[in-house]
Design a protein around this ligand. Structure first.
Ligand code: BGC
Length: 372
């Protein structure tokens, strides 16, 4: 019995050795199970070696601006996320200049990027970029802001209408009746319209009831704090400083609003809403001059956008559960959820997430106001 076993083992050993030098396997399949050997590794190396190497995917990232704090974070995290996926990214920012943004995109198209990711300065003007990219066979993903009236391939952002709703819900809870000021964003940015729509979704029934009166409502050119400051000064003047609440479209404009309130000794006495969870806004929240902000976890946005951008560039199928009408088509969209932040949950949200450190947020905080 023992001898028979030794013979069987000997035969198996010979077969195994034979398989090692010839080929007893099918392509891409080992006797140990399914191991995917590529054809390339089984073929003789071509002369020069490069012909079979896979080309690295290159994404072009066309940004409007780096002015607000968030865009620096978007730029850094998007680059990291794309690189972690084995692709590379070329980034250009246009300083709020439409023709510069278009020419930068043209440069990236002519360099042969595999896909363009665009944060449009102007929702309408950037349709040109989409047309030019498509002519070159390059797909376009609208990042954070929608591009209007163009055949964009994908839109990845937050639910921007919900941003406005969160702001208005937080402020109407504190001031259910009274005179409201709305300081909008840049009229050229589709998001500014969505934020405003969300705010008025909540305010309108209260306006109709006669509880709330919107006494001032203005866009802020290019989202700058300086323009928001001027708007707020005009609002105060037109109403003899008698204003009960302010909703500003982001933290930069909220900063301008609060500066105007400070000049009148009203900072901390009138609730102000913003958006972006900028460090300065987080500090104003714990100090008491700003009531709330809306936190949009940028790392989630960059991660999602990078994954989908690389897939699209490779021609793979992607799944987008929402559709957004951009005036021309129903754009496949991914919209992430924003989070309302005030002093009561600042530790559990932006600080817990490491978006800002506790030390930075609570730097120089001594006074607390009475409006919360
Ligand atoms: C973004 C905001 C930003 C604003 C100004 C909007 O489109 O969604 O997060 O504060 O632009 O840059």
């Amino acid at each position: 019995m023992g001898r028979v076993l030794i013979h069987v083992r000997l035969i198996l050993l010979i077969v195994a050795l034979f398989c090692g030098v010839s080929s007893c396997q099918k392509d891409g399949e080992s006797t140990m199970g399914r191991v995917n050997l590529t054809k390339v590794s089984q073929s003789p190396k071509p002369v020069g070696g490069k012909a079979f190497e896979k080309k690295k995917i290159k994404i072009g990232f066309s940004m409007d601006t780096l002015l607000e704090e968030r865009w620096l974070r978007d730029r850094e995290l998007f680059k990291k996320a794309v690189e972690a996926l084995g692709a590379e990214v070329e980034i250009m920012a246009a300083n709020g200049d439409d023709s510069l943004q278009i020419s930068q995109a043209e440069t990236m198209i002519s360099q042969g990027v595999d896909l363009l990711v665009v944060v449009p300065h102007n929702a309408e003007a950037t349709a040109t970029i989409v047309n030019k990219a498509h002519l070159a066979g390059i797909k376009v993903l609208a990042y954070d802001r929608l591009i209007k009236n163009a055949n964009i391939d994908l839109y990845v952002s937050f639910d921007n209408e919900q941003v406005g709703e969160l702001q208005a819900k937080a402020i109407t809870r504190l001031v259910p009746k009274g005179k409201y000021v709305y300081i909008g964003g840049a009229v050229t940015d589709n998001n500014a319209h969505l934020f405003k729509k969300g705010v008025f979704n909540v305010l309108q029934p209260l306006i109709d009831k006669g509880d709330i009166k919107v006494v001032y409502d203005q866009w802020t050119k290019d989202w700058t704090p300086a323009n928001a400051f001027l708007n707020m000064k005009a609002a105060l003047k037109a109403n003899d400083n008698r204003i009960d609440a302010v909703i500003a479209a982001n933290d930069a404009t909220a900063g301008g609003v609060i500066q105007a309130l400070e000049e009148k000794g009203l900072a901390g006495k009138i609730p102000v809403a913003g958006q972006d969870a900028e460090l300065a806004a987080a500090q104003r929240i714990v100090k008491g001059t700003q009531t709330m902000t809306v936190y949009k976890p940028i790392s989630t946005l960059t991660q999602k956008a990078a994954e989908l951008a690389v897939k699209l560039a490779k021609g793979e199928n992607i799944s987008a559960d929402r559709k957004v009408d951009n005036g021309k088509i129903e754009v496949p969209s991914v919209l992430l959820s924003p989070i309302a932040v005030d002093r009561s949950n600042i530790d559990k949200t932006i600080i817990a997430d490491g978006f800002h450190s506790r030390q930075d947020v609570y730097k120089n905080v001594r006074s607390y106001s009475s409006i919360h």
